[in-house]
Design a protein around this ligand. Sequence first.
Ligand code: ADP
Ligand code: MG
Length: 309
Amino acid sequence: MRGQSVMVIYGGISAEREISIISSKEIIKSLKRLEYNVIEIDADPNLMKEIIYHKPDIIFNALHGTWGEDGQVQEILEASKICYTHSGVNASRLAMNKFESGQIFQKNNFFHPKSLLCNFKDLIGSDPMNFPYVIKPNDNGSSVGVAIISSESDKNKYIKEMVASRTCSEENDKLLVQEFIHGPEIQVAVYGNDKSGSIEIVPKNKFYDYESKYFDNGQTQHIIPPRITNKQMEEVNILGLKAHKLLKCRGITRSDFILDKKTGNFYILETNTQPGMTPTSLVPEIAKYHGFDFDNLINWIVEDASINR
Ligand SMILES: Nc1ncnc2c1ncn2[C@@H]1O[C@H](COP(=O)(O)OP(=O)(O)O)[C@@H](O)[C@H]1O
Ligand SMILES: [Mg+2]
């Protein structure tokens, strides 16, 4: 509601800090246009002190990745007793854990790539699956540390890069290794428990990596509606809603699917509980296509947070 105070928490301490800052700029501009009183907080583990000091009506969580998206911040927000946007503690924790949520998807009749957790150092000596496979950190986002491995030399390059960039430590990191699914990538945005829409992504790079997501100057194609049949579109939109409900998410989510060329089945990769809100992000683009502009979307997220606690 106009005039309410909304505290936007952004930045944070994850590998996706920069993306959160970009998302938050758009969100803050929109909240101001909507005449909310905006309090901007670059969040760190002292967050509770800021909340107690400012006493906002609503907290808009614009964080991504570790801490902001994995249930830790949600625990702080829950303890503050102030309404906050997006998913709660358990849904956030579960969705962030790609392996665990993948097991749940599989048990509930979703197609999900064959997956296993592997110690980083075990990769050095052997291959956990036949090529090609995908390696990714179990709990990062924005494609940080994701690679398609088609040969021994791809794998060795990956190991070197992860150690050099300190994304992984040789000692104690577990990685998710996944069967590579070949086919078009369809992403489904979900708003609440009953609306969804989809978009097809054709990255300029080998897959939808960090650069394709945020910094390739529009070279990644966003195709809306996706180039699939109406029946397939209906199917994938329902799968997005089903994933959102299965993990007990709230507000908006975005689920990533690959339409397997061989079988025609939609494979779910993951559900994102804090989808990006940058100028190239998909949830706002899908919403816009359905006649819901950015300000409508932001207003809906804020109002939904106050209704659905
Ligand atoms: N099993 C897979 N098969 C094919 N492509 C994949 C697979 N896993 C990931 N990808 C590619 O990598 C991108 C990022 O992987 P994803 O699991 O969605 O992690 P993130 O949380 O980093 O977005 C996907 O959007 C897709 O392009
Ligand atoms: Mg993804």
